[in-house]
Design a protein around this ligand. Structure first.
Ligand SMILES: [Zn+2]
Length: 402
């Protein structure tokens, strides 16, 4: 057993007044004590002057993508061995950035399932290849559904996935798909939801279009990824939609966390996106991106459960390990620091089905800890420089300041 004492401790839901001592035994947290504390005999206490918090969670990653443009599509054509080497690099980058759990929502060949509990690497919650239509978004990952959608869900359940992912609209990473329209009818989506829930699996929908969001909601999904709500007249997120999301406790992941300094590197967007951007009054992708921060503020106002996913791996602005940036964006969007951190820890863990295992500094939970210098309650950008990362009680090698 050993203990770490710090003046600033965030336990997954709140900052503990006066700090706390976190007692660890192997891979478990065995006590968190915010009062004066005498360690049990023989327990070494390390005094640390900064902030202790649970390891962060990226709820939307593509471990098979290497954070270059087109990397996800290339993964569709790589050998298994090449893909596995990319997965290892992606997970190593996450761990170095203080991410101790990831939810992979776009796999190739179910290869990420073999990485769920690797020593020294973040735990992986895996969806396998996302379900999509023939020629639809990310079809190159091998998840095309032809025929009975229930069979596609059953295949995933048999493979042992932790969550099911469906593409309810087209996507920008797959030219020729309809980002404003729908993939699958609400009846087809409902059949997938029924089969997933009967197998005890949550199901989340990728949706850039308002139509895709509406279909996914009608079908009863557990979470919506991107939540862009595009229509021919631009994004349409009305209060009624937000109220329904809150009432039904559906998790929303806006997939932000971009390194905006790298937006200039983005390839020329396809003509359809340029036309849409012009109609919306945006001239650059960065302007559109910044407008999403005000959506965060509205989600907060309506009490919608927001979680932090980056869509990491999808290009240089979305490197693996960027989830700390989403916490900063939530603060910019009006969230108190503790609520933004909760979205990246305890709430994210619940959304990943791990609400009793990680995301909180509580007795019995996994010893997934992030240590950063300074007081994070005053400055969330401190999260960019992890001092130490513990994964199931083990120190991650060489956490690297950004
Ligand atoms: Zn994605």
């Amino acid at each position: 057993m050993h203990a770490i004492r710090a003046p600033h401790v965030f336990d997954g839901t709140r900052f503990l007044t006066g700090g706390a001592t976190v007692l660890l035994d192997g891979d478990r947290i065995v006590d968190v004590n915010s009062g004066p504390w005498d360690p049990p005999e023989g327990v070494e206490v390390t005094d640390y002057g900064g902030t202790i918090l649970p390891g962060l969670i990226d709820c939307h990653t593509h471990l098979v993508a290497d954070a270059t443009f087109g990397g996800l599509e290339r993964a569709g054509a790589m050998s298994d061995h090449e893909v596995e080497s990319v997965i290892t690099q992606s997970l190593t980058a996450h761990a170095s950035a203080g991410v101790t759990t990831v939810r992979d929502l776009g796999d190739r060949g179910y290869l990420t399932l073999g990485f769920r509990e690797r020593p020294g690497l973040p735990r992986v919650v895996a969806a396998g290849p996302p379900m999509t239509t023939p020629g639809g978004h990310c079809h190159f990952l091998g998840g095309v559904v032809e025929g009975d959608p229930g069979v596609a869900v059953a295949e995933r359940a048999e493979r042992g996935v932790d969550v099911v992912k469906v593409m309810a609209s087209g996507g920008f990473a797959t030219p020729g798909t309809d980002q404003l329209g729908a993939q699958f009818t609400s009846e087809e989506l409902a059949a997938m939801v029924d089969h997933a829930h009967n197998a005890g699996l949550p199901i989340v929908a990728h949706a850039h279009s308002l139509l895709g969001i509406r279909n996914a909601l009608a079908a009863g999904v557990d979470g919506i990824e991107h939540f862009t709500a595009l229509t021919l007249d631009g994004p349409q997120i009305d209060d009624q939609l937000l109220e329904e999301m809150a009432r039904r406790a559906i998790y929303v992941d806006l997939t932000m966390g971009n390194d905006r300094s790298l937006h200039a590197l983005m390839p020329e967007p396809p003509p359809q996106f340029r036309a849409l951007a012009a109609r919306l009054g945006f001239t650059t992708f960065d302007e559109f991106y910044v407008s999403r921060i005000s959506v965060l503020g509205r989600l907060r106002k309506h009490g919608v459960a927001v979680i932090t996913g980056v869509d990491s791996g999808m290009g240089p602005p979305k490197r693996h390990g960027n989830v700390w940036r989403t916490v900063g964006e939530m603060v910019d969007g009006g969230y108190p620091v503790a609520d933004a951190l909760a979205a990246a820890t305890s709430v994210a863990a619940e959304a990943c089905g791990l609400g009793a295992e990680t995301g909180r500094l509580v007795k019995g939970f996994s010893a997934d800890l992030l240590l950063v210098d300074g007081d994070v309650s005053e400055d969330v950008s401190l999260l960019s420089k992890p001092r130490e990362v513990l994964l199931r009680g083990e120190k991650v090698k060489a956490p690297k300041p950004d």
